[in-house]
Ligand binder design. Structure first.
Ligand code: 13P
Length: 311
């Protein structure tokens, strides 16, 4: 361990800001990151917003405080930039639930279907897809496809959420997010009994019974805007606990409750301030993608960004 790591948080933050200027870097953080990491980031967002930022930033270095597939998405969109993932081991179990060989076999079973890949997947899977989507735009992306049949990978819950709102025939891959799976409907109902005035806002990676009872099913940044616009003062938030910090920081006068204990993504929590500092200092851990895969994956991501232009 380097001696630099015996700094307190305020010294670390100051060094991070210094290094950020020297490197001409931008720090992006997902809504599920640790509070102290969200607080030093230039932007905190959902996967769609962070992809758009990564595509248009003029920084030389993107420090992506998140998990591997999100940093990979940034590299696909901005190959000329140095893209760094501060915690090398931060992966995504949902992204690992489909392999290229499995997708190849599933495509062969449904030759007429368009493949829509939720961004929570590897660059190889993106390269095999017709288009990507995030939780913020999945329905619009599916509806924009010319094909009537859609093979949706890898999250079955987001796929089912879209299926209920589209006329397209959807084939769903059986992947899921283990963190959202830990959320139980009973916990939400118990909390709702204690706070009958609270609105229930959940992520579409949640189980069907939970989405059915929610007042709104939204991506993480959509949750923020929804709670800001709502006259309600209390909200039950059905997603990873990092989101509570984001909501409480933006709306200190409102109350945000979490239904179940343990809604923690261990991968999103791997990045600590020390890792961000080391990442900027050592320019680690660099994301690299073989060019033939990147070019194909870029087509699927560009398709998404074009299908749903930024507002
Ligand atoms: P958002 O795009 O809503 O931030 O979600 C990403 C994610 O990985 C949810 O588990």
């Amino acid at each position: 361990m380097s001696l630099d790591l015996f700094l307190d948080d305020s010294e670390l933050t100051a060094r991070i800001q210094e290094l950020k200027r020297e490197r001409h870097a931008v720090i992006l953080a997902h809504s599920y990151e640790r509070p102290e990491v969200q607080d030093i980031a230039d932007y905190v967002g959902d996967s769609l917003e962070l992809s758009r930022l990564a595509a248009k930033t003029d920084a030389d270095v993107i420090v992506f405080c998140s998990v591997h597939f999100m940093a990979e998405t940034a590299k696909i969109l901005s190959p000329q930039k140095t893209v760094l993932l501060p915690a090398a081991e931060a992966g995504c179990p949902l992204a690992d639930m489909i392999t290229p060989a499995q997708l190849e076999a599933e495509k062969a079973r449904h030759p007429g279907a368009a493949v829509v890949a939720y961004v929570n997947c590897s660059a190889e899977i993106k390269a095999m897809a017709d288009v990507c989507c995030t939780s913020a735009n999945a329905l619009q992306v599916v509806n924009a496809m010319p094909q009537e049949e859609i093979l949706f990978v890898p999250d079955q819950h987001l796929g089912r959420f879209v299926q209920k709102q589209t006329h397209k025939k959807m084939i769903l891959w059986a992947g899921c997010c283990p963190t959202h799976q830990r959320m139980k409907i009973k916990d939400i109902l118990d909390l709702k009994k204690q706070h009958p005035e609270a609105e229930v806002v959940v992520h579409p990676e949640s189980n069907e019974d939970i989405c059915n009872l929610a007042d709104a099913v939204l991506s993480t940044s959509q949750m923020l805007r929804y709670c800001q616009a709502s006259p309600a003062k209390t909200f039950i938030i059905g997603t990873e606990m990092g989101m509570l910090h984001r909501l409480r920081t933006a709306m200190p006068d409102k109350t945000f409750l979490q239904p179940s204990k343990g809604l923690i993504c261990p991968n999103m929590k791997m990045t600590q301030l020390e890792d961000v500092y080391e990442s900027l200092k050592e320019l680690q851990f660099r994301i690299e993608i073989p060019e033939p895969i990147r070019i194909k994956a870029l087509k699927a991501l560009d398709g998404m960004l074009a299908a749903v232009p930024a507002k």
